[in-house]
Design a binder for this molecule. Structure first.
Ligand code: NAP
Length: 481
């Protein structure tokens, strides 16, 4: 029987509330390890959280930047100070390796620090009117109550890069983290609470997307929704928000191309693809999932990449020598294995990809390379979201660029080449929100915009000062002397 005192509660109106229902947070490296019980909300909790946010909004919106700066700075400092301990929790609940998890926690701290600064730099614009004797001022104001819905694959960085700008610009927030990884979001809630976030300014309700997520997105008192997750869920949320004429920002999946040209440095190209395709168990929206390789370098590249991929150590996320942690859960693993089966029909050769039975019961999979594939195959059209990459052979730069752009997605795209001309043409012509030259498609800075094109994103960019586009509304004021 559950001990109610052990349940990690929701944070609503400045109070921890446990409710009647909870679910275990399970370590994917070792399913015998239950990290904790986390409360599951229903529509009532969502109502209370949104009501508290609405009640707090007028005061917070006019509280001035100093209080916001201090709150975000304090949370950022504590995340950075405690990055090893919180990173360990992240590795336990999500399954990325300890160094990756500590790095993600530090990133969350840096994001809070960045937006602590941005809170002090909200600027406007004073212009002369075309009518003599009138002043025109364009100012930025907070949007209101913002619902944030986040996925499991970056359980601390993504909540951070939504919460921090939302609060910095004077909004009130209700966060629903992914049901699979509530632990890190719970830590952020604890820190905001501890460092004096006023009741209702930040609330967190945990639970399923179909109940809690849906209740938030369609709640009449929510002004805007920022979502990161799959394209399918994003489309549903876009329809709901469109019908309600509600501001919405969607960051969704990818099928990111990495082009390797004949003149690429082989070592650089292999490292970029090994990292981009398989690190973080391939569970990154920016993962290099289609490797588009020119004929002259193809065989040497594939041979070396396959050799290094086979040597990657798959294991418990907390073990020091692990390079690839487990897949996040049984459902995702089953989906990955279905794609491996599909690849046996669609590719000329499949290397790796099998389920691994290690000492501890977990969701382990060997990284996989699918060779000899065509870009119109399902394995090249659909996001797999696991440690799997396809290889597509092309003859020249024009074909590589055409294949790179022949996708419904447009998040990140990369090229490995020593030619300035090819790198420049690729940067200009590739249809993606982020372009990488001689770098993995994954791995970005926190002070510049993040986001994609086509089916990968909808609405204004996240991160950096561009985040102001979503988290503020402009007001144009005319004043006669
Ligand atoms: P998901 O299944 O779409 O879930 C994302 C979030 O939406 C979760 O909190 C989920 O709740 C919630 N949700 C599900 N159904 C909902 C509904 N009807 N209404 C409102 N909310 C709902 O995605 P995921 O599997 O967690 O994450 C993987 C996906 O995220 C991949 O496609 C990946 O590419 C994408 N991603 C994109 C970016 C980016 O910035 N572009 C970054 C990271 C990940 P539950 O807790 O019930 O699942």
């Amino acid at each position: 029987m559950k001990d109610i005192s052990d349940i990690h509660g929701h944070l609503i109106a400045g109070e921890w509330q446990r409710g009647d229902d909870s679910r275990p947070n399970v370590n994917p490296s070792d399913t015998r390890d239950i990290i904790g019980l986390y409360a599951c909300a229903g529509r009532d909790e969502v109502d209370r959280a949104v009501g508290a946010a609405r009640a707090a909004f007028q005061t917070w919106a006019f509280s001035g930047p100093q209080a916001r700066h201090e709150l975000l700075d304090a949370v950022g400092t504590e995340l950075l100070t405690r990055k090893d301990e919180i990173g360990r929790l992240l590795a336990r609940e999500e399954g990325k390796t300890l160094p990756e998890a500590i790095g993600e926690t530090a990133r969350a701290g840096q994001v809070f620090k960045f937006f602590a600064g941005e809170a002090l730099r909200v600027t406007g614009d004073v212009q002369q009117s075309v009518r003599p004797g009138i002043d025109v001022e364009v100012s930025r104001e907070p949007v209101g109550v913002i619902a944030l819905i986040t996925p499991w694959n970056f359980p601390i960085a993504i909540p951070a890069w939504k919460i921090a700008p939302a609060l910095a610009y004077g909004n009130c927030v209700v966060l629903k983290p992914a049901e699979l990884t509530p632990g890190c979001a719970h830590v952020i809630a604890q820190l905001l609470h501890k460092h004096g976030c006023p009741p209702g300014v930040f609330s967190m309700v945990m639970g399923s997307g179909s109940v809690v997520g849906d209740a938030l997105v369609s709640h009449p008192d929510v002004d805007a929704v920022s979502f990161t997750g799959s394209a399918a869920t994003g489309s549903r949320i876009a329809s709901t928000c469109g019908g309600l004429r509600r501001k919405v920002q969607l960051e969704m999946g990818g099928k990111n191309p990495m082009v390797v040209m004949d003149d690429a440095d082989l070592k650089t190209a292999v490292q970029a693809c090994l990292n981009g395709s398989f690190f973080s168990t391939g569970q990154r929206c920016t993962a290099s999932s289609r490797l588009i390789v020119q004929a002259g370098i193809h065989d040497a590249f594939v041979q070396e990449l396959a050799r290094q991929m086979r040597a990657l150590r798959v294991g418990d996320a907390l073990q020091g020598d692990t390079q690839i942690g487990p897949v996040v859960d049984e459902r995702q693993l089953a989906s990955n294995l279905e794609y491996v089966e599909l690849a046996r029909r669609e590719a000329s050769e499949v290397i790796g990809g099998e389920r691994l039975d290690l000492a501890a019961p977990g969701f382990y999979q060997a990284p996989a390379l699918f060779l000899g594939t065509k870009n119109d195959a399902r394995i090249n059209r659909e996001e797999i979201f696991g440690p799997c990459a396809t290889v597509i052979r092309v003859d020249d730069f024009d074909e590589a660029l055409a294949v790179a752009n022949d996708t419904d997605f447009g998040l990140s795209a990369g090229i490995c080449t020593s030619s300035l001309k090819q790198a420049t043409l690729f940067r200009r012509k590739v249809e993606a929100g982020m372009v990488m030259v001689n770098l993995p498609t994954a791995g970005v800075d926190y002070h510049v915009p993040f986001g994609g094109r086509k089916g990968s994103s909808f609405g204004p960019r996240e991160q950096g000062r561009y985040a102001a586009e979503f988290y503020t509304v402009t007001k144009t004021t005319y004043q006669s002397a």
